[in-house]
Ligand binder design. Structure first.
Ligand SMILES: NC(=O)c1ccc[n+]([C@@H]2O[C@H](COP(=O)([O-])OP(=O)(O)OC[C@H]3O[C@@H](n4cnc5c(N)ncnc54)[C@H](OP(=O)(O)O)[C@@H]3O)[C@@H](O)[C@H]2O)c1
Length: 337
C-alpha cells in the first residue's frame, strides 16, 4: 500500500506536470527578429505617450488618416502633444474638425473618403496647398470584416478602403514626404494578414464575388498594406525616406462595428482584460512616425515597437512588385491630373 505521503506527492506531481504542459502549450514562440534592425526598449504595454516621451516634434508635420476614432485619434492626440502639426483626416470635414477640436496642440482637419478616389485626390491637393514637407504620412484608416460583400469601383470594399485609397494618397503625396529631411510612411497592417488566401492576393477575384469571406477579404487588404509598404521601401532605398508597416495588436476600438451586436457587446465586457486600450494601441504608430531610433529603418514590419520577421507572403518582393503594378492600373486615371 502506498503511503499517504506518496499519494500526496504523486498528486502534486501530476498537477504540476499538467500546469507545466498547459504553460508550454500556451507559450508563444519568441518572435523572429530581422537581422541588423535595432530593438527598442518598448513592449506591448508601452503607451504612445511613453514611446514619444522627450521627443520634440515642433516644426514637423504629420498626416494621419482615420483620425476620428481609435488608434488614429490617440496617435493624433499624442503627436500633437509632442509639438507636431497634425493633419487629421475624417470621412467628412465635420467629423475631422470635431476630432481635431478635442485635441490639444496644432491640428488641421481634412476630409478624406478612401472609397471615393476624387476625395483622395482632393485631400492630397489640400495637403499640397499647405506647401510644407510631410515628415510622416500614417495610413491608419480602415474597416474590418464587412459581413456581406460590398463593392466600390467594382472592387471589394476593404481592399479599396484599406489598401487602394491609401496607395493613391501616398503616391500623390510622396514628393512632399520626400521633401522632408527624413520623411516616413507608416502603414497600419494587422496580424490578420494571415487570413488572406494562402496563395496571397486573389488577383482574379479583386471584385470579391467568388466565395466571399469577410475575414479573408480583410486579411487580403491587410496583406496588401504590408506588401505596399515593402515595395515602397524598395523604391525608396538609398534615400532618407522610409516606409514601414506594423501591427498594433488587438486594440479595443470601433473596428468591430460590423460584427454582430452581441459580439460587440461581449467584446466590450471581456476586451479590457486582454486587449490593448488605444493608449497602447497607438504606440507603434507613434514610434515609427516619430522615434529617432528608426530613422534609418525601412521595409520592416513592427509589432509592439519592435521589428519582426513574419515570413511568408507578406515578405515576398515578387508579390509586392505585382501589387504595385496592379494597384497602379486600378487607380491610373487618378494618379496624375
Ligand atoms: N483595433 C484592432 O484590434 C486592430 C488590430 C489590427 C489592426 N488594426 C488596424 O488599425 C487601423 C485603425 O483601426 P482602429 O482599430 O482604430 O478602428 P476604428 O476605431 O474603427 O478607426 C478607424 C478609422 O478609419 C476611418 N475610416 C473607415 N472607413 C474609412 C473610409 N472609407 N475613408 C476614410 N476613413 C475611413 C474611420 O472613420 P469613421 O469613424 O468615420 O468610419 C475611423 O476614423 C485599421 O487600419 C485597422 O485595420 C486594428
Amino acid at each position: 500500500m502506498p503511503s499517504r505521503r506518496k499519494i500526496l506527492l504523486g498528486t502534486a506531481a501530476v498537477i504540476a506536470a499538467g500546469v507545466g504542459a498547459v504553460a508550454v502549450l500556451r507559450r508563444k514562440p519568441p518572435p523572429v527578429r530581422p537581422p541588423g534592425v535595432p530593438l527598442s526598449a518598448f513592449d506591448a504595454k508601452s503607451t504612445a505617450e511613453q514611446v514619444t516621451a522627450g521627443i520634440n516634434l515642433a516644426g514637423r508635420t504629420v498626416l494621419i488618416t482615420g483620425a476620428t476614432s481609435g488608434i488614429g485619434l490617440e496617435a493624433m492626440r499624442v503627436l500633437a502633444m509632442r509639438g507636431a502639426h497634425v493633419l487629421g483626416t475624417g470621412r467628412t470635414l465635420e467629423k475631422a474638425a470635431a476630432a481635431c477640436a478635442g485635441v490639444t496642440g496644432r491640428t488641421t482637419p481634412l476630409a478624406l473618403e478612401l472609397t471615393d478616389f476624387p476625395s483622395v485626390v482632393a485631400c492630397a491637393k489640400a495637403v499640397q496647398a499647405l506647401g510644407v514637407p510631410l515628415d510622416a504620412l500614417i495610413c491608419n484608416a480602415g474597416i474590418m470584416a464587412l459581413p456581406q460583400l460590398e463593392q466600390v469601383y467594382g472592387l471589394e470594399k476593404q481592399f479599396v478602403t484599406n489598401h487602394l485609397g491609401h496607395f493613391l494618397l501616398v503616391n500623390r503625396l510622396l514628393p512632399q514626404v520626400q521633401a522632408a529631411p527624413q520623411g516616413r510612411v507608416v502603414v497600419v497592417s494587422s496580424s490578420a494578414l494571415k487570413w488572406a488566401d494562402e496563395t496571397a492576393i486573389e488577383w482574379d477575384n479583386l471584385s470579391g464575388e467568388r466565395d466571399y469571406s469577410a475575414n479573408r477579404a480583410y486579411g487580403q487588404s491587410k496583406l496588401a498594406n504590408s506588401l505596399f509598404s515593402l515595395e515602397l521601401a524598395r523604391r525608396l532605398a538609398g534615400s532618407a525616406t522610409t516606409s514601414n508597416s506594423m501591427n498594433p495588436g488587438a486594440v479595443l476600438t470601433q473596428l468591430q462595428r460590423h460584427a454582430p451586436a452581441w459580439a460587440v457587446a461581449l467584446g466590450n465586457v471581456v476586451g479590457p482584460a486582454f486587449m490593448k486600450a488605444p493608449a497602447e494601441g497607438a504606440s507603434t504608430v507613434c514610434y515609427l512616425a516619430a522615434h529617432p531610433g528608426v530613422a534609418a529603418v525601412s521595409g520592416r514590419y513592427f509589432i509592439d515597437c519592435n521589428p519582426v520577421a513574419i515570413g511568408g507572403n507578406s515578405e515576398s518582393p515578387e508579390l509586392a512588385a505585382k501589387l504595385w503594378t496592379v494597384s497602379t492600373e486600378l487607380v491610373r486615371e487618378y494618379l496624375e491630373d
